[in-house]
Design a protein around this ligand. Structure first.
Ligand SMILES: NC(=O)c1ccc[n+]([C@@H]2O[C@H](COP(=O)([O-])OP(=O)(O)OC[C@H]3O[C@@H](n4cnc5c(N)ncnc54)[C@H](OP(=O)(O)O)[C@@H]3O)[C@@H](O)[C@H]2O)c1
Length: 275
């Protein structure tokens, strides 16, 4: 899709990857509807974008029913007023690096809700207010295809998002809406705690700059790429895990002691006593 002068809804707009997506897309000519929880952060982002008055802001906590409904109501209202919205980018997401037995039920539910249920609900709404041709792009993760210790519920949520994107794209075949999936690997944002950054360094994992991820997302939109896995050798491991999961399990087993050591550190830092 040519995104020039097209309105696109972007969730998680003020985050590390989201703010770079906003910048890259606005420089490419898109008009953005920036969704986040904090109005002053959204306004500051809007002011920093080229053609600042072309963009809109929308405050919504997407982990609440009211937040989800407000996105729908505003987009329907803008549609009634003649605004043509061509895209939805489901980028808001969160995770916690912790063993499953250290998590409380509420944090598990919230993580699954934000990473999986929220994009499903927003996509369902968007079918009503998106113009044709329209695009929905879901931001997933390498961990949607590779189960990794310490990220059990995040892997589950993102794996669901990957399969959802594939199924909805097939369901909407011929309707003028495409559903795309972009899977970054580790990216340099506040999503990753100091402990996770130390683990990545220790294991020699590459960490991408968020601007590069945003540029890859722009390519996905322009080329309407159904699925894009980012980073080498991660994209190879994704394929190997499909056909030979025991090989990937063996490689992860070699990292187990290190991962456990950093998990313990992360769990101590996030325990209620320390907070
Ligand atoms: N960083 C990585 O290593 C990495 C790797 C692969 C995939 N990803 C994916 O990339 C996406 C962006 O992550 P990031 O690295 O940019 O993380 P980030 O800097 O922590 O930003 C996360 C964004 O999600 C939003 N968000 C969180 N809870 C929300 C809620 N309840 N309602 C509305 N918005 C909420 C935040 O909004 P506020 O601004 O209101 O706080 C923030 O803008 C996520 O889907 C993540 O899973 C990240």
């Amino acid at each position: 899709m040519d995104i020039n002068e097209k309105y696109l809804v972007l969730t998680g707009a003020c985050g590390g990857i989201g703010s770079e997506i906003a910048s890259v897309l606005a420089h490419a000519g898109a008009n953005l509807i920036l969704v986040g929880r904090n109005l002053s952060k959204l306004k500051a982002l809007q002011l920093a974008l080229p053609r600042e008055t072309a963009h809109k802001t929308l405050v919504a906590d997407l982990n609440t029913d009211a937040g989800i409904q407000s996105v729908h109501d505003r987009c329907q209202q803008w549609k009634t007023e003649g605004l043509v919205i061509h895209g939805l980018i489901n980028n808001a997401g969160s995770n916690q690096f912790s063993r499953l037995n250290q998590r409380d039920a509420a944090s598990i539910s919230e993580e699954i809700h934000l990473n999986l249920t929220v994009p499903i609900l927003l996509s369902q709404q968007a079918i009503q207010w998106l113009a044709r041709p329209g695009l929905i792009l879901n931001v997933g993760s390498t961990f949607s295809a590779i189960g990794y210790p310490g990220y059990t519920t995040y892997c589950a949520g993102k794996a669901g998002l990957h399969r959802f994107s594939e199924a909805l794209d097939r369901e909407l075949d011929g309707t003028g809406i495409r559903v795309l999936y972009l899977a970054p690997r580790a990216t340099d944002t506040a999503l990753n705690s100091t402990t996770v950054n130390e683990l990545n360094q220790h294991l020699g994992n590459q960490v991408d700059p968020p601007k590069w991820v945003a540029e890859q997302l722009l390519l996905s939109l322009q080329q309407e790429t159904p699925v894009r896995w980012l980073g080498w050798p991660e994209k190879l491991w994704v394929r190997v895990n499909q056909i030979l999961p025991s090989a990937v399990a063996g490689a992860i087993r070699k990292q187990s002691a290190t991962i456990r050591q950093f998990l313990t550190k992360a769990e101590v830092h996030s325990s209620p006593e320390v907070l």
